[in-house]
Ligand binder design. Structure first.
Ligand code: FAD
Length: 318
């Protein structure tokens, strides 16, 4: 019992980034246990997803064709049956809305311990050591699981996405789904206001915080975003003030983003904000307080007044 069974995540026909991150997390664990990495792809266009997820590090991909979108009962049944088939040591699921829906049910069904929202994993083959953050990232905890098998959910943007084309065997798994046990269905998706933009998919984010002072001042930040062909996002106070819709909020109670470039304008870098953007490739911070926490994690820290710097940058980029 040394294999790892990871589960991919998708929504509305797209594999989510965490599906590639879970490959990296799973591969690392499999190297430690000396086992194989199995990836489960359930529902949707499984062949297309299998092709995309066939990246370096995956040994076997199991596809389960049943329905289009996520369904709690289908996933729970398919994963528990795959568990019996593969006999993995650990089951990895994303700590996404979907993952948090089925992972506890899978653990309950298989009578396994579960640890959620992990940001680091290590095993000596017997004990699993999982790192988690608590109290909004203020406390880091270590959880030891002595059981020889467990279900684990991983936080997005904590592991790099797996790259490179793999040569995994793709196997169709004929799950025996009990239709009578399916008690829920996805009837459609309703976008929240301003839902045209998904900040978690943006390459460049221009993010604004309380340092902007007034709603009308947002215009200078919008102009910079336009000049850079970037997407506008923000810290929580901007959303709480009603100046931008909730789907623009980066952070613990907003979205986790991993852009190539993240420009934090008048944002202090509270732990709850950083939890959502620390996976950005390059962080630029503009702040009048050189001791603001964001300045410590910034690759480029501009210690100056945003009302001078932002228009000057816009001018340059135009
Ligand atoms: P501030 O902390 O007030 O920082 C403003 C910054 O602007 C300061 O660093 C200041 O030096 C700088 N500044 C001021 N004037 C200028 C100027 N002229 N030029 C340049 N710089 C200037 N926050 C989030 O962002 N996302 C979340 O998801 C989130 N979730 C939370 C969940 C919980 C449970 C809790 C308790 C809090 C959460 N928060 C979240 C709130 C978080 O704790 C902070 O309060 C918030 O991130 C602060 O936002 P800010 O950096 O914009 O504002």
């Amino acid at each position: 019992m040394t294999d790892i069974l990871a589960v991919a995540d998708h929504r509305r026909g797209e594999l989510r980034d965490v599906s590639y991150e879970i490959i990296t997390a799973g591969r690392e664990l499999a190297d430690e246990t000396g086992g194989e990495l199995h990836l489960a792809i359930i529902s949707g266009t499984v062949d297309d997803f299998a092709e995309k997820a066939n990246r370096e590090g995956v040994d076997v991909i199991h596809t389960v064709s049943y329905g289009e979108e996520f369904n709690h009962d289908v996933y729970t049944q398919a994963i528990t049956q795959l568990y019996d088939e593969v006999g993995p040591q650990y089951v990895l699921a994303p700590n996404s809305v979907n993952g948090l829906d089925y992972a506890p049910a899978v653990a309950d069904e298989l009578e396994l311990p579960i640890v959620t929202d992990t940001v680091g994993l290590e095993t000596d083959g017997e004990t699993l050591i999982a790192n988690r953050e608590m109290y909004g990232g203020k406390v880091e905890t270590t959880v030891e699981i002595d059981s020889n098998s467990a279900v684990v959910t991983i936080r997005s943007a904590e592991w790099p996405v797996a790259e490179g084309t793999g040569d995994a065997a793709v196997e169709v798994f004929d799950a025996d789904i009990d239709e009578d046990a399916i008690g829920s269905s996805v009837n459609g998706f309703e976008e929240v206001a301003g839902g045209d933009v998904d900040i978690s998919e943006a390459d460049v984010l221009v993010s604004v915080g309380r340092g902007i002072e007034e709603e009308e001042n947002l215009e200078i930040v919008r102009e910079l975003a336009d000049a850079l062909d970037a997407t506008l996002s923000s810290s929580r106070p901007i959303v709480d003030n009603g100046w931008l819709p909730k789907n623009r909020q980066v952070g613990q109670s907003g979205k986790v983003v991993t852009p190539d470039v993240y420009i934090a304008i008048g944002i202090s870098g509270a732990v709850q904000h950083v939890a959502g953007m620390k996976g950005s490739d390059t962080i630029v911070a503009i702040n009048t307080d050189e001791n603001a926490p964001i300045m410590d994690i910034a690759d480029y820290a501009i210690y100056d007044d945003l009302f001078d710097v932002v228009p000057a940058l816009t001018e340059q980029f135009r």
